[in-house]
Design a protein around this ligand. Structure first.
Ligand SMILES: Cc1cc2nc3c(=O)[nH]c(=O)nc-3n(C[C@H](O)[C@H](O)[C@H](O)COP(=O)(O)OP(=O)(O)OC[C@H]3O[C@@H](n4cnc5c(N)ncnc54)[C@H](O)[C@@H]3O)c2cc1C
Length: 307
């Protein structure tokens, strides 16, 4: 029987483990399919406080893990495949093993949707990104491409126009899901050029180790051409990793956990941390902050329960 199990080993999960460890709770962290979370995909992180020269994403998240292990946090390989939150202790199945816990922190993140292009994954952190706030600054003065037709694509394009010489917004249709106000704002921005009925076929140049250009195809004429770009931002949404808790935890229609204040969910003893509940900020520092909040909530919950 564990005091607290933490689902996910990104910034949120590792920070929750650090705080729970220092509260003597001996937390168990289930690493999941992507140990280290989304930061393990990227290169330089320049906006996490405390690192004046920046720090590589994988190093940052590994450092938090080591810090948590120093205070007794344990890490387990595997993914939570099934959960029973109907009664306490809560039960989680990791591969073939059932684990029991008095309290649970869900820090399973929200994975960015990618286009699935042949070179896309190889160039993440080298010009390909899903986060304008994180990586826009690296592309000052270059041509930046944004993919998508919803509000987040418009918001990212507007934000990136502060950095790029030009922002090209590529959308596969000529109708947009974005709200009128967001679309009008992007259309009124002289630095944003729209390319509709257009899809990206691939991104180059893996050999040079960074993004140099993309191959585009006009879906109405079939015309194919190359376009030089320095930054490539995919803004087609995120998928919160909550499928395994479906029907047991209140979520919004997209699957993000609905907060009941602080780090609380609708289930007493189950807490949320990080991007799994946050569709607004999605930053390492906010995820870490919420990991701290969740661990403090767990401490108080267990104390009140007499553990
Ligand atoms: C390319 C890229 C660059 C970025 N750059 C920056 C940056 O420069 N600065 C910044 O502040 N932010 C950046 N971000 C955003 C930042 O990475 C996220 O906001 C942050 O990682 C969220 O942390 P999290 O712990 O909530 O979730 P995640 O990092 O997504 O971690 C989720 C964890 O949950 C695990 N998991 C999922 N499902 C299960 C399951 N069923 N069972 C067990 N475990 C599970 C996963 O394996 C993973 O370990 C970037 C994101 C990307 C994709």
């Amino acid at each position: 029987m564990h005091n607290v199990v933490i689902v996910g080993s990104g910034c949120a999960g590792n920070t929750a483990a650090l705080y729970a460890g220092r509260a003597n709770l001996k937390p168990l962290v289930i690493k999941g399919h992507e140990a280290g979370g989304q930061l393990s995909l990227t290169t330089l992180v320049e906006n996490f406080p405390g690192f004046p020269d920046g720090i590589n994403g994988p190093d940052l998240v590994e450092n938090i893990k080591k810090q948590a292990e120093r205070f007794g946090a344990e890490y387990m390989d595997g993914t939570v495949a099934e959960a029973d939150l109907s009664k306490r202790p809560f039960r989680l199945r990791v591969e073939k093993e059932w684990i029991e816990t008095r309290a649970l922190i869900i820090a399973s993140g929200a994975s960015a949707r990618w286009l699935g292009l042949p070179n896309e994954q190889k160039l993440i952190g080298h010009g390909v990104s899903s986060c304008a706030t994180c990586d826009g600054f690296f592309h000052r003065g270059s041509v930046i491409m944004v993919i998508g037709g919803g509000d987040s694509a418009m918001e990212e394009a507007n934000f990136l126009s502060r950095f790029g010489s030009e922002v090209i917004l590529v959308h596969r249709r000529d109708q947009f899901r974005a709200s009128k106000i967001m679309l009008d704002r992007a259309r009124a921005n002289p630095k944003i050029k729209f390319l509709t009925n257009t899809v990206v076929e691939d991104i180059y140049d893996v050999h040079k180790g960074h993004v140099t250009s993309v191959k585009l195809r006009d879906t109405s004429t079939g015309k194919v051409w190359d376009q030089e770009v320095g930054g490539f931002f995919v803004a087609i949404g995120h998928i919160p990793n909550t499928a395994v808790f479906k029907g047991q935890i209140d979520t919004d229609p997209d699957g993000y956990i609905l907060s009941k204040g602080g780090a609380r969910t609708n289930v007493n003893g189950v807490f949320h941390a990080g991007d799994v509940q946050d569709r607004t900020y999605r930053q390492a520092v906010t995820a870490a902050g919420m990991g701290c909040m969740a661990a403090i909530e767990v401490e108080r919950f267990l104390e009140a329960e007499g553990h």
